[in-house]
Ligand binder design. Structure first.
Ligand code: HEC
Length: 105
């Protein structure tokens, strides 16, 4: 019969003595394939909307909405309040304007 405690102890020793290498690993990220389309305040949108996800999240939202202003204002404040995007309140109108002009119709 196998002594489970002894088996566990020897497995644990193997783990302890093998050690874990902490060498730095470097890699090159693939080139971003989606970009925000040109529009007013593009720089502000790029600065605030590029850190967490690709521009696809924005460009694939529904078009021809009844109220694109309300939709995009809700999206940007959701990014801010729910997902913690560090968006300066002063930039908010510019970003919403960019989104409405560029992706709102
Ligand atoms: C702090 C990180 C962060 C930043 C910065 C950020 N987002 Fe997001 N965004 C998220 C997360 C998290 C999701 C949800 C991802 C999922 O559900 O897979 C998301 C999803 C979205 C979606 C998909 C619809 C939805 O509501 O889930 C849109 C549109 C979007 N973001 C727009 C923006 C815009 C516009 C900006 C710039 C104002 C922005 N995001 C900046 C984190 C961020």
């Amino acid at each position: 019969m196998i002594n489970a405690r002894a088996a566990f102890a020897s497995a644990f020793c193997v783990i302890l003595t093998t050690g874990v290498s902490a060498a730095a690993y470097s890699y090159v990220l693939p080139k971003e394939t989606a970009e925000l389309a040109p529009g007013p305040h593009l720089d502000t949108a790029q600065r605030n909307c590029g850190a967490c996800h690709s521009a696809d999240y924005i460009s694939t939202q529904p078009r021809a909405l009844a109220d694109p202003q309300a939709f995009w204002l809700a999206e940007v404040t959701k990014m801010q309040r729910v997902y913690g995007a560090p968006i300066d309140n002063a930039d908010l109108p510019k970003i919403v304007d960019y989104l409405v002009q560029t992706y709102g119709r």
